[in-house]
Design a protein around this ligand. Structure first.
Ligand code: NAD
Ligand code: TDX
Length: 366
């Protein structure tokens, strides 16, 4: 893996967000020659997530909107990447229920602009560089819709998105395939499950529950907590993305998961146990699980996601390295130890319930 990355030039859109910032670090630590971020810094970006990267000579930051085609062209010309990892997106399902339109703008129109700029860049490359170039489109398992108790998402699972977020990601996937089919743009596409770990904005289940438990606030579990998600530690996801760029086949999709599907209630209970075991139970609380409250369900809540990553394992040799309970323990400690980072997030989000219905017909979520 290191050999593939050494000296290579990489552009990461959405690199100031959760997975993007982890991917930036992974690339820099593995000796990439240039790691550039394109990010417009929405509410979900945290400048502190790139504090370490900014100290590295190989790193560059470009503040730009991925919808802005001239800006994408200019940045591609400047960075001259071998690999583009496209992560910039509106990523939170609950916000897509409140305001779908920003999801269409960034996830669909933004992907279209980046594809157009990437195609023009790729077409102008000499043959040897064209062969090495890869557009890695970071999609999601949510484009496949919802599973019942049995079965797994695979690369050939029919696309059936059910939330505005998932639909906007599925639309962007179609555009990527069309650019590959029509113009020959060498892309690979990934569909990962639920990530957790450092730098995740605390609107998502795991960091929200950790921070609320540490603060002695109620832990809102949607419905009965029986919905199932397939969890992966973010560094394992980043390794998979690098393996796909280096060893995956052009024009192919890869589903990514760590074979770790669990009901939400089980995840929240485990967070409570870790908090208590670490002696971090909030003052006046007997045990953190007493804070759990079952609240009104998410509209259209997908029941189960579960992933069979056999193709990725077979073709690239990737294997997840992080055990769930140990990684969850480390994640609780990370949020407890990174108060300035948490306070930066709290400037734009105070932990309130999101996603019970439409709140604004066309407003921006960022
Ligand atoms: P995130 O919300 O933490 O970060 C998104 C980043 O994109 C932010 O830095 C934001 O500023 C940037 N961005 C948003 N709109 C932009 C625009 N118009 N122009 C430029 N930058 C913009 O997201 P994340 O959780 O890190 O997810 C990254 C990608 O991975 C997304 O495409 C998401 O769909 C996908 N994904 C996420 C998960 C998960 O569990 N978080 C799982 C599978 C796939
Ligand atoms: O307060 C909560 N209580 C609760 O029960 C929150 C925020 C969530 N939930 C439930 C809803 C889901 O079943 O927990 C589960 C996980 O919710 P989220 O963290 O919002 O993630 P999810 O909706 O599953 O989507 C995530 O995985 C796929 C990411 O946000 C997406 O970007 C990714 O594509």
């Amino acid at each position: 893996m290191t050999k593939d990355l050494e000296g290579s030039r990489i552009l990461i859109t959405g690199g100031a967000g959760f997975i993007g910032a982890n991917l930036v670090e992974a690339c820099l630590r593995r000796g990439a020659g240039r790691v550039a971020v394109l990010d417009c810094l929405t509410y979900a970006a945290n400048p502190l997530s790139l504090a370490w990267a900014r100290q590295q000579k190989a790193f560059a930051f470009h503040q730009a909107d991925v919808v802005d085609l001239p800006a994408c062209k200019k940045i591609l010309a400047e960075v001259h990447p071998d690999w583009v990892f496209h992560l910039a997106a509106e990523s939170h399902v609950d916000r897509s229920i409140e305001q779908p339109l920003p999801f269409v703008r960034t996830n669909v129109q933004g992907t279209a602009s980046l594809l157009q700029a990437s195609l023009l860049h790729w077409q102008a490359l000499p043959q040897s560089s064209q062969d090495r170039f890869r557009f890695v489109h970071v999609s999601t398992d949510e484009v496949f819709g919802s599973l019942e108790q049995d079965g797994y998402f695979r690369e050939d699972t029919p696309v059936a998105p059910r939330s505005p977020y998932a639909a906007s990601k599925a639309a962007s996937d179609h555009l990527v395939r069309a650019y590959g089919h029509t113009y020959g743009l060498p892309y690979s596409m990934t569909h990962c499950g639920n990530n957790f770990g450092p730098y995740q904005f605390p609107e998502k289940l795991i960091p929200l529950m950790i921070l609320r438990a540490l603060q002695g606030k109620s832990l809102p579990v949607y419905g009965q907590g029986i919905n199932i998600r397939d969890w992966i530690q973010v560094e394992d996801h980043c390794q998979a993305l690098l393996q796909v760029a280096a060893r995956g086949r052009a024009g192919q999709a890869y589903v990514i998961g760590a074979r770790n599907d669990r009901p939400n209630l089980e995840v929240v209970e485990e967070i409570c146990e870790v908090v208590d075991r670490l002696g971090l139970t909030a003052p006046g609380v007997r045990q953190s699980r007493d804070l759990i409250r079952f609240v009104e369900d998410r509209p259209g809540h997908d029941f189960r996601y579960a992933i069979d990553p056999a193709k990725l394992e077979r073709e690239t040799g990737w294997r997840p390295q992080r055990e769930f309970s140990q990684a969850l323990h480390e994640t609780v400690l990370w949020y407890q130890e990174n108060q300035p980072w948490v306070e930066e997030c709290e400037k734009s989000y105070a932990g309130q319930r999101l996603g019970l219905g439409l709140t604004s017909p066309g407003g921006k979520s960022s």
